[in-house]
Ligand binder design. Structure first.
Ligand SMILES: N[C@@H](CCC(=O)N[C@@H](CS)C(=O)NCC(=O)O)C(=O)O
Length: 210
């Protein structure tokens, strides 16, 4: 039976797993859930993830949530190429570090963006969110050395890209001031273009963004 992938359109955490599944060519059955329809509140879903969040997978009866853990599981269970994590220890640990940095620091700045573009968001909050995100992205700008964030295309790229794509989409639709004057530097902007052009990214583009 194909692995069940429980996803929701636009979730950067779910998109990370979707990219990983496609990249590795793992057969999966996509179950697109709806936040608005209450799909994450059903007993069937909470039995899989009591935290009521996407993504989650069920592989041969084994249920797993938390996108970072799911990526590790996919690479361990299907260790063939292409890999999500490098076989070189130093590159691999850099990829893991970057994932932790994205989940902590980029996510924190992303939360500020979310609050700022919400119903009760103010111009001041938008300016503060922009500063926080720009400061964070400057670190990534300094860190990028090649075509991808750490070595070959990896779990680290699949983690960071959906977060930044979401920030840019929110800016475009709700608060252009967020990206005024350019939020990302030239290397990170070029990386975003490279990521967007990848067939896996095009294939998994959030359905409601199309
Ligand atoms: N740390 C979790 C975060 C997952 C998460 O926050 N998912 C959000 C969507 S982006 C969610 O399902 N939220 C539930 C809701 O909004 O009702 C992971 O990496 O999987």
């Amino acid at each position: 039976m194909a692995l069940r992938f429980l996803c929701a359109s636009g979730s950067p955490y779910a998109w990370r797993v979707w990219l990983a599944l496609e990249h590795k060519g793992v057969p999966y059955a996509l179950e697109m859930l709806s936040f608005d329809a209450g799909d994450l509140e059903t007993p069937a879903f909470t039995a899989i993830n009591p935290r009521r969040r996407v993504p989650a997978i069920v592989d041969d009866g084994f249920a797993l949530y938390e996108s970072g853990a799911i990526l590790e599981y996919l690479d361990d269970k299907w260790p063939r190429e292409p890999r999500l994590f490098s076989t070189d220890i130093h590159t691999r640990v850099l990829q893991r570090r970057m994932i932790q940095e994205a989940d902590q620091y980029v996510a924190e700045a992303m939360g500020k963006v979310f609050n700022a573009v919400g119903e009760s968001g103010t111009a001041n909050q938008i300016a503060e969110a922009r500063t926080a995100m720009a400061e964070e992205l400057a670190r990534w700008e300094a860190a990028i050395a090649g075509d991808f964030v750490a070595g070959a295309l990896s779990a680290a790229d699949f983690t960071l890209y959906p977060m930044l794509a979401l920030v840019y989409r929110l800016a475009e639709r709700r608060a252009p001031a967020l990206t005024d004057g350019g939020l990302a530097g030239p290397k990170l902007s070029a990386w975003m273009q490279r990521m967007k052009a990848l067939p896996v990214v095009q294939k998994t583009w959030p359905p409601h963004w199309r």
